[in-house]
Ligand binder design. Sequence first.
Ligand code: HDE
Length: 709
Amino acid sequence: MKNKESASKKIKDLEHYQKDMKNKPLTTNQGLKVNDTNNSLKSGERGSTLLEDFLLREKITSFDHERIPERIVHARGSAAHGYFELYESIEEYSKAGIFTDTARKTPVFVRFSTVAGSKGSPDLARDVRGFAVKFYTEEGTWDLVGNNMPIFFIQDAMKFPDLIHSVKPEPNKEIPQAASAHDTFYDFVSLTTETLHNHIWVMSDRAIPRSLRMMEGFGIHTFRLINAKGEAHFVKFHWKPTLGVHSVTWEEAVKINGADPDFHRRDLWDAIEAGQYPEWELGIQVVAEKDEHKFDFDLLDPTKLIPEEMVPVKIIGKMTLNRNPDNFFAETEQVAFLPGHIVPGIDFTNDPLLQGRLFSYRDTQLSRLGSPNFHQIPINRPIVETHNNQRDAHMQMSIPKGETAYFPNSLSGGCPHLSKMAEGGFHSYEERIDAKKIRTRSESFNDHFSQPALFYRSLADWEQEHVAAAYTFELGKCNHEHIKERMLWLIAQIDDDLANKVAEGLGMEIPKDIERPINQAIGADADADKHQPGEKKNYLDKSKALSMANTKFNSIATRQIAVLAADGFNMKKFKSMTEILEKEGAMVKIVAPHGGSITCDEGMKHKVDAAIATTESVLFDAVYIPGGEKSVEAILDNGKFIKFINESFKYCKAIAVDDEGEMALDKSFIKAYKDDNAIHINDEPSKFVDSISKHRNWERRKLADKIPV
Ligand code: HDE
């Protein structure tokens, strides 16, 4: 169901371009009604096809050219429409209408993506997620093109092609797809130590989110906010999901990729269709210009975050996604995000990564969308009128009138005319620059170990274990010993304990010292010593915001609950349990021995959501087994149900059973562990709800490792 009421300005604009085929005759692109689209024109019934057949040629030509180049990075993505609302004006920092006018509902279009994989790659790859937001503001479009991690791999745009070439499939054999676990990536990472911070985030569960709706977003770079007086403040942007930040485990991710490679895409779509609109609050970390140099790291270095303990995040508004796209290609594929799209009140800094992005995104749209007129594609059009002297090129959709296409002119009355700043004219922030032209990296960017160490220290024990397992898995997939050794040495610079665990898993020794220079991202004539990673600093012991153990655990909204049942299940308990789960916003799905429907002990038919043969436990958050002897016996007759139960236990999920449902536990690994905190036998439904809202019972994990599924 589309939410018509909140149909925003942008949605109305898009409606203008929508085509509804209902009750319409099939026509050619010229409007000619078609009488036969099944047979080509031939000379005789069995004769050869004629070149004259313009109907065949139009249809086939269109088909032949359906594909456009996929994005070189972030090819795999899913998107949705929504709106942004401001809680309170921040006019002391920014004059942007979106940050001062609390009455506005600014339309947005948001695209989430993985980075390394192709368009058809699975959703649960271990990877950074793109989090790109297009705000259609009254002053023009602002694109906040961020990721789900607060830092980036590299410090200078010049390194981006190298980074991406190293992680993409190896060029001789085009292997592996959507995976960083291979030699070329670790060759690059181990020679480019600035990558280590983003890399350890990728080794954490942040790289395998439970849902796109349960991950944070970050603008990453330090930007500037500019107020009406022209004063600037540094700012970092944060998106915080109202459902909290939750992830799956790596083993589950691997299984989900097989069971449902569209897991995230489907989850986003289904939640919106069900009216369970994903929400994020927007937060800002603001730093006065005068405080630029008071930190132990450089604010212009995109491999550094500002710990929230040092600069708190001020929550200023909320984004809600309430409408799925009508057409994947027209909207999700053709949307073009450009970090260079800003509005008065927001400006750039000299972050060398951001500066390079300001070039790359416009450039890439030219090859992807084929024309500088890509801004005229409906999804990319701003909601405000545009007038300028740019003309022509492929696919010009407007008909600019008049005899002039230059400025200044007198023949068109000087129009389109310039706007003063007071009228909303954009004016770049006048930053003082007094420098020599130089190709180098600032030494203030040399700290490569402190923040990965801070991240690792801040994690809960189960998160740390997952990080160690991820390094071990990824390096275990590498073939070259010298690359693994270099990585082990570097991990030891971050944390000894972590390095020991990884070394043990790899069956290797941590090398005592390895030949310098370690960091090879320097010029041939550069003084290597000046550009090596500095000593690890400890300016903060732990930062709470870095651990998912400190996220929100107060909702089970949109959680998928599998009800394992067959004919004869006990309706009474089923009803009281599922009513509460559904009231809390969970999605209850009946998984049965077969499709169609099953009949409860009160003789009513219930639609089966998935036959056991078509689904897997990793697609669910929790399991409920109602009583009813016949029902429980029927499910225990099928080994896949037992696997389902054992696997749910293994991945630390909440499980509830009523009455005879307990027989299912006795047939499973759980038999000896019925006192587990998240196993509920004839318990109050509210207790089951509590356990689901905790996401996982990590206390169970050591035991769970022993379960052979
Ligand atoms: Fe991107 N990036 N990027 N990137 N990026 C692209 O632009 C690039 C970087 C991000 O859903 C491309 O339209 C360079 C950081 C997202 O359509 C391309 C550098 C961050 C998306 C490009 C970076 C991002 C892209 C490919 C280093 C987080 C997907 C297709 C200087 C702050 C947007 C396209 C969407 C896409 C270049 C680094 C986020 C090639 C050169 C840092 C979310 O232009």
